[in-house]
Design a protein around this ligand. Structure first.
Ligand code: ZN
Ligand code: ZN
Ligand code: FE
Length: 738
């Protein structure tokens, strides 16, 4: 703005306030100034609204930039963290540049933002950069309106800014960034933008295996960082959209397929049993410098202990990663908002969030309605994100993990407090899930604010409607692992019709006996056993006995007793558990070490089988019966189950069965929606099960064939990381008259 004002001979001033940018402009060509201001706004800026008012003519002699003001009512947006720009990369690569190899180089177009901001307005003194006074050279850049670093709050250089240091596990200083140590097979805890990563050479299968064991990670895949796109392309398939995502300012992890021609170039230990790899590109100068080593791929996995939150403080890293990391690459710029890497997968030609955090938080979602009062929505229990909303904007927090873990819940508590200062929203009401035992439900009730209890799948439906600014009711297929139902049963494969004002459950998967409730989800083979026992005819059940060799006789006896007595048996319509059961009965995954594993591996086996087919003949789905029970449709999967059991016993390939099962579910979903009168739609698809690419794309294809318009999540995850947004909109309706 300053540059433009100078060019057009405009006088007056500009300042940053917490409610936005204020400009006082005097001059002959205000119209051009105004037009060009909008047209030539910096690439990363987002103009939400513009107000033009006639003011007093003062007769200023020049155009000046005034100091920021703090208002009570703040609407100015804080930017998410932004990957290193090309110019800054050039700076650290140029030996003559004073920022040569400086790991914290940044400018107005790149660098840390949200992770270092304590409160608004966004100025250096309110970030964790406040403890680094700028040197004269940096001050000159910071104050020069024509410099790329003009008012770049985190600006720093070797002379005045944060520094890195490498120490070994005993705390001894090592004069290096750790490249040689990585090449030699070391595991290094690296402090980054949003927290620590555990880093090692991804090509070294022995080290990767050691990291997996030390981290007690089971089979959960590790994310990789590639030197650059060219290196990545050699081993992974990257579509133009995926390339765009990888190189975007947010630089998320993108789930990609391994190339068929070099399937073993990257060791299996990175993602055991999977053909997909989660990959990102370097997004800080420190990452770029780490790739001065001889490797092309680094494992970059969030440094947290099992069930615990991301580590972001030096002392905690030393204490908690003792025995895991051989070295620690520390720096002294504090992280204020710890943030995991975001994870995206392209499904049905659009990016779908698996996890939304760094690079996207705290971007707001716009609301079609004006909220009556500021609201906090606390989200769910697994993969929690909460939401603060006021007026016509809703701000989703970063992914915070599973609230059942005490320390994760502490992190939730801490972030609710500190997020308020960033978005400047102080809630007067709180929305929570209907589940009485969620940590977040207890938190909500403890706030003493007026609270609204919201059914889980209703929130999933309204979240998507809200993202599309739709207020009219629509039918949604909401498929996930678990959600507390209105009948106190565990729901999870639901056809619900409604909007923020209410909903009606119109169809669901038949209730099946889940042994051990939510905790039983770890043992898909037990689930398969119970489902088979309840669904198969006595004759088929007798024949299926050879399918359970992995269940010991004692385990089976317990399950049999549970089945007879109904003790510790929870009826569920969960879609997730049905996928788990099929995965187990096919012998693909019988014990789960990370959330979603059984279903993810089932999908992978199906996709691999499909890719190996030449001249595929169209397979028919297994039979699913839709029956009307009282006033609700129920999807019966008994015939599907017995067909699958018969095919397994007949020795049919498990990949084919896995694929046909996906077809079956997709077809049952779309046919049921048609029976329920979806017409031309829109049909909402949401819930964590729609992170299954094979299933989701098959459903999309069928909807396309039937001319049904589909609505999916756009900037929020389809899983429980997106429900807080729906909770806001529903709570607002409930509280309307209160
Ligand atoms: Zn830059
Ligand atoms: Zn400096
Ligand atoms: Fe859910």
């Amino acid at each position: 703005m300053y540059k433009l004002a100078k060019e057009l001979n405009i006088k007056g001033w500009v300042n940053n306030s917490s409610s936005g940018l204020n400009i006082h402009a005097e001059g002959d060509d205000l119209e051009t100034f105004f037009k060009r201001l909008l047209a030539e706004a910096p690439p990363l800026s987002k103009i939400v609204s513009v107000n033009r008012l006639d003011g007093e003519f003062v007769g200023y002699e020049e155009f000046t930039i005034r100091k920021s003001k703090t208002d009570e009512k703040a609407n100015v947006l804080i930017s998410p963290d932004i990957a290193t720009c090309d110019e800054c990369l050039q700076d650290i690569r140029t030996p003559e540049n004073r920022r040569y190899r400086y790991p914290f180089t940044n400018c107005t177009n790149c660098g840390p933002r949200y992770t270092i901001v304590r409160s608004v307005p966004y100025d250096r003194e309110r970030t964790t950069m406040h403890s680094f006074p700028m040197c004269q050279d940096c001050t000159d850049e910071y104050e020069n309106p024509c410099d790329r670093r003009f008012h770049a709050q985190p600006v720093a250089c070797t002379a005045c800014g944060p520094q890195v240091k490498l120490v070994d596990a005993k705390g001894n200083l090592v004069d290096s960034l750790g490249m040689d140590q990585i090449s030699a097979g070391a595991i290094i805890a690296v402090k980054g933008l949003g927290g620590f990563h555990l880093v090692c050479d991804a090509g070294n299968s022995e080290t990767v295996r050691r990291l997996r064991q030390l981290k007690e990670r089971g089979a959960k895949p590790f994310a990789l960082m590639a030197r650059d796109q060219d290196s990545a392309q050699k081993h992974l398939e990257i579509s133009p959209l995926e390339e765009e995502l990888l190189r975007s300012p947010a630089a998320p992890i993108v789930i990609l397929n391994r190339r068929k021609e070099s399937p073993y170039a990257l060791p299996d230990e990175i993602a055991p049993g999977l053909k997909t790899i989660g990959l990102m590109l370097p997004y800080t100068p420190l990452h770029h410098l780490l790739f001065d080593g001889s490797y092309d791929f680094l494992v970059m996995t969030s440094a947290n202990l099992r069930g615990r939150p991301l580590i972001y403080e030096n002392e905690k890293a030393l204490a908690q990663l003792n025995g895991i990391a051989d070295y620690f690459l520390f720096h002294d710029r504090d992280i204020y908002h710890p943030c995991d890497d975001s994870v995206i997968r392209v499904i049905g030609r659009i990016p779908v969030f698996m996890r939304r955090a760094r690079g996207f938080v705290p971007l707001p979602s716009d609301l079609a309605v004006d909220l009556n009062r500021p609201i906090l929505a606390v989200g769910g229990e697994l993969k929690n994100s909460f939401c603060l909303a006021a007026g016509r904007q809703a701000f989703m927090s970063q992914y915070l993990g599973d609230m059942a873990g005490y320390e994760n819940f502490q992190r939730f508590y801490q972030e609710v407090e500190s997020f308020r200062a960033v978005v400047n929203i102080y809630p007067q009401a709180v929305a929570h899930d209907a589940h009485p035992d969620y940590q977040t439900t207890r938190y909500a009730l403890d706030t003493q604010l007026p609270s609204v209890n919201i059914q889980h799948h209703h929130a999933h439906l309204v979240s998507v409607l809200g993202e599309h600014n739709r207020q009219e009711a629509a039918l949604g297929i909401i498929c996930d692992g678990t959600g507390f139902g209105m009948d106190s049963k565990i729901w999870g494969f639901e056809f619900i019709y409604g909007n923020a004002q209410g909903f009606e459950r119109q169809a669901h998967l038949e209730y099946l006996p889940l042994p051990g409730g939510d905790a039983g989800a770890k043992y898909p083979l037990r689930i398969a056993y119970m489902y088979a026992k309840s669904l198969l005819s006595p004759e088929d059940w007798g024949k299926s006995q050879t399918l359970w060799p992995q269940l010991g006789s004692e385990e089976r006896a317990i399950l049999d007793r549970q089945f007879e007595s109904g003790v510790q048996i929870y009826p569920t319509s969960s879609a997730g558990r049905l996928f788990d059961a099929i995965s187990a009965i096919l012998g693909i995954c019988t014990y789960v070490t990370y959330e979603g594993q059984a279903a993810i591996e089932l999908e992978e086996v199906a996709v691999e089988w499909l890719h190996n087919q030449e001249g595929l003949t169209e397979l028919t789905p297994y039979p699913v019966e839709l029956r009307l029970e009282e006033d609700i449709y129920v999807l019966g999967v008994g015939s599907s189950f017995s067909s699958i059991v018969k095919e397994i016993l007949a020795g049919r390939e498990r990949g084919e069965i896995a694929y046909r099962f996906h077809l079956t579910m997709a077809q049952a979903m779309v046919e049921t929606a048609i029976t329920l009168g979806v017409g031309e739609g829109p049909l909402v698809l949401n819930g964590g099960v729609f992170q299954n690419k094979l299933l989701a794309e098959r459903v999309l294809e069928l909807c396309h064939n039937h001319n049904i318009q589909v609505m999916r999540a756009k900037m929020l995850p389809p899983g429980d990381g997106g429900i807080a947004f729906g909770q806001i909109l529903i709570a607002n309706e409930v509280l309307r008259g209160v």
